[in-house]
Write a protein that binds this ligand. Structure first.
Ligand code: AMX
Length: 391
């Protein structure tokens, strides 16, 4: 007799599969009280590691030896160049199209040129090329100049910042952006198996769509404001708050602003989580980094003030399961202070990181699940009822 995981009732219908177990995730898990773990390692402990070694960990379920690490970096570096044929198509895209739409276009176009149909091979290529293509999106869409080639001597995120070539950025600012991108990249790699974009990616791959098609579908899922776009909304919210208090950022002005927002039935962005019941350790990590990188920045000051006053106010509402900061509270303020000032790009930066975890989860489902047979094509059941759920 197989173990019963949960009893399903009609109350589970039309709830977005919340809490319904559908498979195994071999890369990461979210503990409501301890936060995110990659292969049993708390993500906070990984935030200062080289992103390449954390990618290796997610792929191989152990850290590389020094020698393996060198070989892995060389492999990624050798795959990083994106053909001018692919980058050339970016120049014809509408400037006003959201950067996330440019990103979707790039993934699809890259797939036309690079797909081999082998999920592992394509995962390595995709991970290697994502920073190149994202940097090119910034440069072309913002008129910063021609795309910059990857430098095989540089690390994964060092290379990304080099290829971005943010205009008028001095060495100190470039070093700060690199430090931020290394941490931002690692903490966004993966987030369990059932979040929307990851699930969509795996569902698409279950029909044997290739890796690039599956990741493109996943990133369409990430583009929504309730999912990946929340980080862009969060910085806008922080800036709106500064504006609303007339630049007088202190605990009293912010408390009264938040009470007013809640009375108007408006969301307090950057707080709450579907699974976590404590401050997201990724938010803690990013706020600690913000203290080092941009303690005097006005957006960051607002973030830290919100972090101090909001949990107590949200706790007064018993409906709110988690009154604490989530990962999106601080990330936008830090990116802004480090020279990436347009929040429209933040979901793309999130996507650039998240493709790592999704692609690796796809490899598991296609090649390792069910003793190597892979999961079958996704096919949940819908009950026919012409009135839907209406009584
Ligand atoms: N501000 C105001 N109201 C909030 C709230 C917040 N930060 N967090 C929760 N609530 C409200 C919900 O809207 C919901 O109200 P309803 O019953 O009238 O619809 C009620 O409290 C219960 O919600 P919940 O069970 O605590 O959370 P959830 O799992 O339904 O939603 C989340 C989680 C993140 C969508 C929600 O907390 C939210 O909207 N937060 C603000 C937006 C935000 O920061 N989004 C980034 C999410 C981070 C991430 O996961 N990427």
């Amino acid at each position: 007799m197989s173990e019963v995981l949960m009893e399903l009732t009609k109350d589970h219908l039309e709830t977005g599969l919340r809490g319904v177990p559908v498979g195994y995730c071999t890369t990461s898990k979210v503990d409501p009280m301890k936060g995110l773990f990659y292969v049993e390692q708390p993500v906070m402990d990984l935030a200062q590691r080289d992103p390449e070694d954390v990618i290796y960990l997610l792929l191989n379920k152990r850290f590389p030896t020094a020698e393996e690490s060198v070989v892995f970096r060389k492999d990624l570096a050798s795959r990083a160049k994106v053909t001018t044929r692919v980058l050339g198509t970016l120049g014809s895209l509408p400037r006003r199209g959201h950067p996330m739409k440019w990103f979707l276009h790039s993934l699809n176009t890259m797939g036309m040129m690079a797909s081999t149909g082998d999920y592992l091979e394509d995962t390595l290529t995709l991970i290697a090329r994502i920073p190149t293509v994202v940097a090119a999106i910034f440069r072309i869409r913002e008129d910063w100049g021609e795309p910059i080639d990857p430098d095989p001597e540089l690390g994964y995120m060092e290379n990304f910042v080099h290829m971005l070539g943010v205009p008028e950025q001095n060495e100190k600012q470039q070093a700060a952006l690199t430090q931020l991108m290394r941490v931002f990249n690692v903490v966004h790699f993966d987030h369990g198996g059932g979040n929307l974009s990851t699930f969509v990616g795996k569902a698409t791959a279950s029909g044997k769509a290739d890796l690039f098609e599956s990741i493109t579908a996943a990133m369409c899922g990430l583009a929504g404001p309730l999912h990946g776009k929340a980080n862009q909304e969060c910085l806008k919210f922080v800036q709106e708050c500064i504006h609303a208090v007339g630049g007088e950022v202190n605990e009293e002005t912010v408390k009264s602003l938040i009470r007013q927002r809640l009375a108007n039935k408006q969301l307090v962005y950057g707080f709450g989580h579907a699974v976590l019941r404590v401050e997201d350790p990724r938010a803690t990590t990013l706020c600690d980094l913000g203290e080092k990188l941009c303690a005097d920045d006005i957006n960051f000051h607002m973030v830290q003030t919100l972090r101090k006053v909001v949990p107590e106010i949200l706790s007064e509402n018993p409906k709110i399961s988690n009154p604490y900061p989530n990962v999106d509270l601080a990330s936008g303020a830090l990116l802004h202070a480090s020279g990436l000032t347009d929040p429209d790009y933040y979901t793309v930066l999130f996507g650039m990181s998240r493709v790592v975890g999704i692609a690796i989860q796809i490899i598991y489902e296609r090649h390792q699940a069910r003793n190597g047979r892979g999961t079958p094509i996704i096919r949940p059941k819908y009950l026919y009822n012409e009135k839907g759920s209406a009584k």
